[in-house]
Write a protein that binds this ligand. Structure first.
Ligand code: FAD
Length: 450
């Protein structure tokens, strides 16, 4: 750590460059050019545009087009790619491990914004950790595209229809936005790709959506959920409500009804939980582990610590907590930045007050359901609005252009179903190894951090 000298600019550190952190850092850079140094730390150098994650995996867009460089958000600040390890609240230090390094570095802050997001909530279901899949990162999206193809390739070699059906039976657990979209797009992807596999019948493919509550899309209007259900069932998806999975094995899953389903792929999309990294920071957390914030986004009882996005619990004027959405996080970030600037200038802060514009759920085959400013929209119109909205929200012109091209070409010249190569075979040909070369430790000649 470098000592601080009198008259030196103050430093604001933002932890996490997702929807909350990237927009917080961008606004801080705009507001504090002369007054403070802005440092953004994230383990990835990109902002993952989650609403497009399903499409980046089993849909029409290239995975790289679902991310934007996070450096563009801190043009007047500093971006550090590294793993945040802990925060010393008393000493006002953030400790992190720069990417590729095995050494921890410390950085002093005057204000810190915690925007470390959430992870998938994995309940203690036997076999879930060993055999289940998540859907939360860019790697997860690519894994599912590759896996879909591996399953089709293997099924194509089998003469027994029952075995083919077991391989091509995908279970998606959790029927909120991510689950419904993933189930719809996975089924569309497999049925489209199956045309390249002469021994695979369309009837071999089945995607099942498993939901614990009594209906799909519980966050949306009942009418929209009913419409989505009708469309999905008409396409042959199986939707089971008031059901969940109690056990997962390599080639089966057991449901609460007692039914044993032959499957090799169970994807868990039922719920989120705060990033475990925030547990060790020593911030005030509620019973579910989320950071408790004042309405101006300041962490309770800590005048120079702020929290936003999925990791934080922020209440509206009526005492109801804001949902964990990109829409909210992307607005909390800039407000946290403005409130930090106000605090540094001795001005009063403002509370977070935002009314979401609406929500979308795409359900595959260019169909979506949406509630926009209180109005329900369904079908291809909802899908066109969904795409127009996300196109407008995607940061940078070049990313917008690439996305637009992917979507346009998706109709004229669809992507061929090929693997993207996140796996390679071992020398024996049968061992699957994850490529790890990029993760190997890099030792700089000296501790190069300022
Ligand atoms: C598949 C999917 C689809 C979604 N679709 C929508 C949608 O359509 N509309 C919508 O409004 N919301 C959607 N969401 C929810 C939305 O993405 C989140 O609410 C939003 O991203 C939260 O923003 P955040 O900044 O809190 O977290 P994130 O955007 O997740 O950012 C957290 C950042 O912290 C970084 N990080 C975490 N731990 C560390 C560490 N230890 N060290 C360094 N860096 C770290 C991560 O790399 C990440 O960049 C979706 C979520 C998923 C998973």
């Amino acid at each position: 750590m470098r000592a601080k000298y009198a008259g030196e600019r103050r430093r604001v550190i933002v932890l996490g460059g997702g929807f909350g952190g990237a927009y917080a850092a961008q606004e801080l850079c705009r507001l504090m050019k002369r007054d403070a140094e802005v440092v953004l730390i994230d383990r990835n150098d990109y902002l993952l545009f989650y609403p497009l994650l399903v499409e980046a995996g089993v849909g029409a867009i290239e995975p790289r087009h679902a991310v934007a460089s996070v450096r563009r958000f801190v043009r007047d600040g500093t971006f550090v790619m590294g793993e945040v390890e802990r925060v010393d609240l008393g000493g006002q230090q953030v400790y992190f491990r720069p990417v590729g390094s095995d050494r921890t570095a410390g950085l002093h802050y005057d204000h810190v914004v915690v925007a470390l997001g959430s992870i998938t909530k994995l309940p203690p279901v036997p076999g879930l950790k060993e055999f289940g899949f998540e859907f939360k990162t860019l790697a997860d999206a690519i894994v599912h595209r590759d896996r879909g193809i591996r399953l089709l390739e293997l099924a194509n070699t089998l003469t027994d229809a029952e075995h083919r059906r077991a391989l091509l039976n995908i279970l998606v657990v959790g029927a909120n936005f991510t689950g419904v979209e993933l189930a719809g797009e996975y089924q569309a992807f497999l049925t489209r790709a199956a045309r390249f596999y002469p021994n695979v019948q369309q009837t071999d493919i089945q995607v099942q959506l498993i939901e614990y509550s009594d209906r799909i899309l519980p966050a949306l209007d009942e009418d929209l959920a009913r419409y989505a259900l009708r469309v999905l069932e008409k396409r042959g998806l199986v939707v089971k409500t008031k059901t969940t999975v109690t056990e997962i094995g390599q080639d089966y899953a057991v449901l609460t009804s007692g039914e044993r389903v032959a499957t090799h792929t169970v994807v868990w999309t039922a719920g989120i939980t705060p990033n475990p990294a925030i547990r060790d920071i020593g911030l005030p957390l509620n019973a579910k582990g989320y950071i408790e914030c004042e309405r101006d986004l300041r962490v309770k009882g800590l005048p120079n610590v702020w929290a936003i996005g999925d990791a934080a619990t922020i209440l509206d004027a009526s005492g109801k907590s804001y949902a964990a959405t990109a829409q909210n996080a992307a607005r909390e970030g800039p407000l946290a930045a403005r409130n930090i600037a106000r605090t540094l200038r001795g001005q009063p802060t403002e509370p977070f007050d935002y009314k979401p514009m609406g929500s979308f759920a795409a359900i595959g085959h260019q169909v979506a359901v949406a509630n926009l400013m209180g109005r329900n929209v369904t079908g291809m119109l909802a899908f066109a609005l969904y795409r127009a909205t996300y196109l407008s929200k995607m940061p940078s012109f070049s990313r917008k252009l690439r996305l637009f091209i992917d979507w346009t070409l998706g109709r004229l010249a669809p992507l061929e179903p090929v693997q993207l190569g996140v796996h390679r075979l071992g020398a024996s040909g049968d061992e699957e190894i994850q490529i790890r070369e990029a993760d190997k430790v890099i030792r700089p000649p000296s501790a190069a951090l300022r």
